[in-house]
Design a protein around this ligand. Sequence first.
Ligand SMILES: [Zn+2]
Length: 289
Amino acid sequence: MPNDAFLNDLANGGSAETLLATILKYHPDLRAPIDVVAIAHRAGITEVRDLETDAFASALITNMAKGEAAILCAPGLSAQRRRFAIAHQLGHFLLGGQPVDRQCRNRDLAETRRDTPTRKAEMHANRFAAGVLMPKPLFVASVAGLGKPTVTHLPDIAATYHVTLEAAVTRYADLTQTMCAFLFVKDGVLRYARPSRFFPALSIQAGDPIPASVKSATPNDRIAWLPAEARDWIQISRHTRQPRLTMQILSKANGFQLVMLFVNAAAERRADEEAEKEATEKPSFGQRR
Ligand SMILES: [Zn+2]
């Protein structure tokens, strides 16, 4: 069988990143949108099908005596969510030793916490799913090709990879080298936030009302960088200079808004250096020259 080496390498297991590297090694010509069903079949999933149910969004059914596994999806899922659900179950199948049967709900497919073993397993399956659907080398190259970051890139990226806006934003925040944060807002209330790695700690939490400047933005407004009041969004320490924040707002007619907060890291570094220089150049009291 031509797939033997691939299956052997996958069977060695490891982290989501190791498995993703193996998938990329054997699929060097991957192009967006990724054919996740084809990859699942090559990786040992014998069947992917819909099953009418309210019990789960997607499930993994294993028959390891036969060395087989199938992925089931609830038919109500959008095409984008279905692709993510398949990649998520493939993650459960490949991650962490002997696969076991799984039934995952919508909230499992969005899990980012790792504070219990169950949540950790869901979070790892989601990391794997994001990596399969938006492979790092492809994703980084397509984002670089778009030029300076702007909030309107995100729907384009979601369309290119045929994933939900949420999945595209989460992947973008994970991989970008810039200091930015995305906030998903519905009817003036923050639903959840996706900050990039070096973004300052947010002060606004899920369930909080968003500042009036965002609430008043409409779908017809031109998308531009606007100044954002730092204390509305991030935890301000008395001991550090507060960074200059800018934001862009993408508003939809149904009350949904995607807010992108941005800190120009290079400008902040220069401002810090200036402040330090000024402090050391100040003459001290009681010293005469
Ligand atoms: Zn799951």
